[in-house]
Ligand binder design. Structure first.
Ligand code: FSX
Ligand code: SF4
Ligand code: F3S
Length: 383
């Protein structure tokens, strides 16, 4: 955090962050936002502005993993640089003040208005919200009060966006996401269990640079981070196309880094930039470490049967993917070649649109479990 009255440059100098580090960070943000490299200068100018953006950060029904993910990012690549350009007036997990002093700080910020509201965790609605109370107020009252004077709301993690784990069956607290209760404010959803701090930083940087939130899809997710499926950018995709699947933990295919579809990978139905941004300063991501994607950024992911393969027939015509029923050595090489060529065409840069159409991408297809949820809520007023 910065000291009051200190310019950003002074903060960086005090922390030993060089101009070169800072410009590198701006370049990473431009690339995460899928903007030209030249935007890095624009980002730098916006971040150097002496005006700091006030933030109120709420933590409701969750595991605190989103805060942890953000705070544990390696300095100064992501989190700390963004925290330096924000004025985080209230974050009860990390603020020094507690009790009445903390509540007074929040009330003062809410009265002043003009802040970004970051929400982590789901909202409990059962029994008058009695299952999640802070300072004697239910999570429902807390979010409604804090949303009132916010300029925008950033819901982080799958709990705050779609209800996440608290909403998993039988959902005893009737947990819901922010967009289910707040409908008159700009909301951006950054799902993931937990949120990827790079996506949170990039969203804040976008807001600071362009004075608006990035473009979003029907589920209010920014396209720069959730515009493509895991499967479209997965490093194991070549093995999927060749019909080379891991069949058992530790088998030869697993040791060789083959496709994890048969082990339950939800990459073909999950929209997230994990393969390109990765976690822990770009070190790794679930599939790279040998575990199938569990679709943690999709609505209802906890109900998606983690280790059971999804039915691809629901998402693409059978002739567009290799046989997933037989061990790869039994697959006719000619058939694989034909299938591989077809997939190669479909998933190549030029064929991306064709593939998206085949998989009903334009309608933002989701696993069966989510369809009902999506139908229940009409969020068109947010888009
Ligand atoms: Fe939820 Fe955040 Fe999952 Fe945890 O706090 S998105 S339970 S990893 O991290 O809200
Ligand atoms: Fe990667 Fe999973 Fe797709 Fe296989 S099914 S290519 S492991 S995303
Ligand atoms: Fe989650 Fe799958 Fe990415 S499990 S972290 S969406 S690879």
């Amino acid at each position: 955090m910065h000291l009051l009255g200190e310019t950003l440059q002074e903060t960086f100098t005090r922390k030993g962050i060089t101009r070169r580090d800072f410009m590198k960070f701006c370049g990473v943000m431009a690339s995460a936002l899928a903007l030209p490299k030249s935007t890095a200068d624009l980002i730098a100018r916006a971040l150097e502005s002496p005006k700091r953006l006030p933030v109120i950060w709420l933590e409701l029904q969750d595991c605190a993993g989103c805060s942890e993910a953000f705070l544990r990012t390696p300095t100064p690549t992501v989190g700390e640089l963004v925290l330096d350009v924000l004025s985080v007036d209230y974050h009860e997990t990390i603020m020094a003040a507690s009790g009445h002093a903390a509540e007074a700080a929040k009330q003062a910020s809410m009265a002043a208005g003009g802040y970004i509201l970051v929400v982590e965790g789901a909202i409990s609605t059962a029994d008058d919200g009695g299952y999640c109370c802070i300072a004697g107020k239910s999570s429902m009252d807390i979010i409604q009060e804090a949303a009132k004077n916010a300029v925008a709301i950033v819901a982080i993690g799958t709990c705050a966006t779609f209800g996440g784990i608290p909403k998993a069956a039988p959902n005893p607290t009737s947990a819901v996401g922010v967009m289910d209760v707040i409908r008159d404010k700009p909301i951006i959803n950054l799902p993931g269990c937990p949120v990827n701090p790079v996506n949170l930083s990039a969203t804040i940087v976008h807001y600071l640079t362009f004075n608006r939130l990035p473009e979003v899809d029907k589920l209010l997710r920014p396209l720069f981070a959730y515009g493509a499926k895991i499967h479209d950018n997965c490093e194991r995709r070549g093995h999927f196309d060749a019909g080379e699947f891991v069949r058992q933990w530790g088998d030869e295919g697993h040791r060789k880094g083959w496709c994890l579809y048969q082990m339950g990978c939800k990459g073909p139905v999950t929209f997230h930039n994990c393969p390109t941004v990765r976690y822990n300063n770009g070190t790794s991501w679930p599939v790279a470490s040998g575990h199938p994607c569990i679709g943690c950024s999709e609505p209802g992911f906890w109900e998606m049967k983690t280790y059971e393969p999804i039915t691809l027939y629901e998402f693409a015509p059978p002739e567009q993917f290799p046989s997933v029923e037989k061990p790869s050595r039994e697959i006719n090489p000619a058939a694989v070649a034909i299938s591989g060529t077809a997939i190669g065409f479909i998933t190549g840069a030029a064929g991306a649109i064709a593939y998206n159409a085949l998989t009903n991408r334009s309608g933002h297809q989701k696993p069966e479990i989510e369809t009902e949820e999506a139908e229940k809520s009409d969020h068109s007023d947010h888009t």
